[in-house]
Write a protein that binds this ligand. Structure first.
Ligand SMILES: [Zn+2]
Length: 456
């Protein structure tokens, strides 16, 4: 049997490194013990298995294997070959074409007894990798990759940052923080774009696509994103905290978002519910000659309600606004909000931590081969379930409103807000407005018919 050895210096996660000499020696020992002839040793000087730098030795090895030059390939550990799952697929392709096997000293990979297993494992890992590209994953201190993954320079600078990404432009950072708060408060991207008065970097007006791209960028949390993986950067200052960016990403991934933020033309649309049956009340025109409209519980086929409740909008709106402003003026609100904020932040922090654990677990299983499939699944599935649970909790948990600025001057600030901002503010504090019906409905307005369910 004729085999080749591939070796590459690599930093271990604990900071130690395994030199090529040791890798080569261990591989040779393995070959000797198996009675294999080592036909060639491929030594890579490049220390990066992540980066975009070409690795000529790796390429040469792959094409030699493909050409059928060897019966097998010995590597000290699979991550010496590459940490890029797509490169692993290249290797798999080469060993299949060249009818060779791969054997590692560490990590127990041996395609000679069950090549298809490796293939499946790798394919699963690739699928896994790609499916997670949309989620935020953090790996700390991968300075090397961060350097490779650096922006290529040139082009326009990103909004909020200097051209080299190392300094924050404060006026723009303030706009970013404002947009983040508005998005998390449920304001639509279109509504936000319409009210932004300062232009984008290119000088063009804001567009929802631009806004979305900006607000889901890992850069905002002082990170660099490279091929779907997020790395903490030492040089990029953070404008938002990680938890906020995480939450924004969850928000934009939510398919319900589009309908939820559909254009609304009334302050209370969607909030007004029938106190009798609980269904959302519809807007209905008032009789000819009267201004405004009323809310009506609609029976099928128009709605899903009981059809027994109706109320004129204007006085309801007044009562709700007064109650809202009163709440905003009150210092007790800020305290309640702070408590909610703390719990939401801990949800976010747990989510980030669990994603990291899942990622390192996958790395241990798929790449390093430290744990077998059953052990991996036993550990991974609860993490996955917890991730899904946390994501839904986070998506549903009330956003602690940043409302301290309203204390004592709610009325003045309210007056300066657009409809979309007002709706967002309302949604922060109010979950629903139930319209109760006492006997004969709709005739006389009575403030006691309004029951507001507060979030805060
Ligand atoms: Zn009803």
């Amino acid at each position: 049997m004729k085999v080749c050895i591939y070796s590459r210096i690599s930093e271990n996660p604990d900071g130690t490194s395994t030199g090529t000499a040791r890798q080569e020696r261990d591989c040779r020992e393995l070959a000797a013990s198996m009675g294999w002839e080592v036909a060639r040793v491929y030594r890579e000087d490049d220390t990066s298995a992540f980066g975009t730098k070409p690795r000529p030795v790796f390429e040469a090895m792959v094409s030699d294997i493909k050409a059928g030059s060897y019966d097998g390939l010995l590597v000290w550990k699979l991550d010496r070959l590459t940490r890029k799952l797509k490169d692993l697929a290249t290797v798999v392709d080469a060993i299949e074409t060249g009818h060779a096997f791969v054997r590692t000293v560490e990590g127990g990979i041996n395609t000679a007894n069950g090549g298809s297993h490796l293939l499946l494992t790798i394919q699963a890992a690739i699928a896994n990798e790609e499916s997670r590209n949309t989620s935020l994953r953090i790996k700390r201190k991968h300075q090397e990759l961060a350097e490779n993954g650096m922006h290529s320079g040139g082009g326009t600078r990103p909004y909020g940052f200097s051209a080299d990404w190392t300094a924050v432009i404060e006026e723009e950072a303030a706009v970013i923080r404002n947009i983040a708060a508005a998005l998390l408060a449920g304001e639509s991207t279109l509504g936000i774009c319409k009210r932004l008065t300062t232009p984008t970097v290119s000088g063009k007006p804001w567009h929802p696509t631009v806004l979305r791209k900006l607000m889901t960028s890992a850069r905002l949390a002082g990170c660099r994103e490279y091929k779907g993986i997020v790395y903490q950067s030492e040089s990029i200052p953070a404008i938002l905290d990680m938890e906020t960016v995480e939450r924004l990403r969850v928000l934009f991934r939510n398919p319900a978002r589009k309908t939820k933020n559909a254009f609304r033309n009334s302050l209370l649309s969607g909030f007004v519910k029938c106190g009798n049956c609980g269904s959302t009340m519809h807007m209905k025109a008032l009789p000819q000659g009267k201004e405004g409209f009323r809310w009506a519980c609609a029976k099928p086929p128009v709605g899903k309600g009981c059809g027994r409740t109706t109320v004129v909008n204007a006085p309801v709106e007044l009562v709700v606004i007064e109650a809202l402003l009163h709440r905003l003026d009150n210092p007790a609100l800020a305290e309640a909000a702070e408590g909610a904020d703390t719990s939401r932040q801990s949800l976010g922090a747990e989510l980030v931590a669990i994603r990291e654990r899942s990622a390192s677990l996958s790395q241990d299983h798929y790449v390093n081969g430290l744990i077998d499939r059953n052990t991996f699944l036993a550990a991974y599935e609860p993490l996955k379930a917890r991730t899904d649970h946390l994501e839904s909790l986070l998506a549903e948990s009330p956003v602690a409103p940043a409302v301290s600025e309203y204390e004592g001057k709610a009325r003045i600030l309210w007056a300066g807000k657009t409809l979309s901002e007002r709706r967002a503010l309302l949604g922060l504090l109010i979950e629903r407005i139930a319209i109760l019906s006492f006997g004969k409905t709709g005739r006389n307005f009575n403030p006691e018919r309004i029951a507001i369910t507060w979030r805060f």
